[in-house]
Write a protein that binds this ligand. Structure first.
Ligand SMILES: [Zn+2]
Length: 144
């Protein structure tokens, strides 16, 4: 495995998949689950719960261009909504518990799932943004 950068001054999204890059592609799931740098897969992505570091401590990739926007929140709403809605329907149809049981079950589950998925999903979206060289106001025509 070769994780040595050819040029550590490169900015986020500028050099992905171009000829001369010495980095092997990092798995989106590895980058997401372990919240690692999308280029080298070693350096930590976050400095706080969701604050992204200025650059990778391992390969020096500049993270200043990262902007996952509302993407992680949208996926979390869809995923957690699906899980909790069908779990609540299942419990209600099978056991008909009092309403307070639903409150006790689903309130904490919604919180736990949402907070638990936020970091890995954001890291995965950052890795996707890096892999596809996505940036604000860029398009295929800008390369001309
Ligand atoms: Zn890195």
């Amino acid at each position: 495995m070769n994780h040595e950068p050819l040029n550590s001054d490169q900015r986020f999204g500028e050099e992905a998949n171009e000829t001369g890059s010495s980095f092997l592609p990092v798995s989106l799931f590895k980058a997401g689950l372990f919240s690692r740098c999308p280029r080298c897969g070693n350096g930590a992505l976050y400095s706080g719960f969701l604050n992204i570091k200025p650059s990778c401590s391992s390969c020096g990739l500049d993270f200043s261009g990262i902007d996952s926007g509302d993407g992680p929140a949208v996926f979390i709403i869809l995923i957690v909504g699906f899980i909790v809605t069908f779990a609540a329907l299942f419990v209600e149809t099978q056991f008909q518990p009092p309403y307070w049981v639903h409150v006790v079950l689903w309130g904490p589950l919604i919180l736990a799932l949402s907070l638990g998925l936020l970091r890995p999903l954001k890291a995965m979206m950052v890795a996707l943004q890096y892999r596809h060289k996505a940036g604000e106001g860029t398009s295929m025509d800008d390369d001309v």
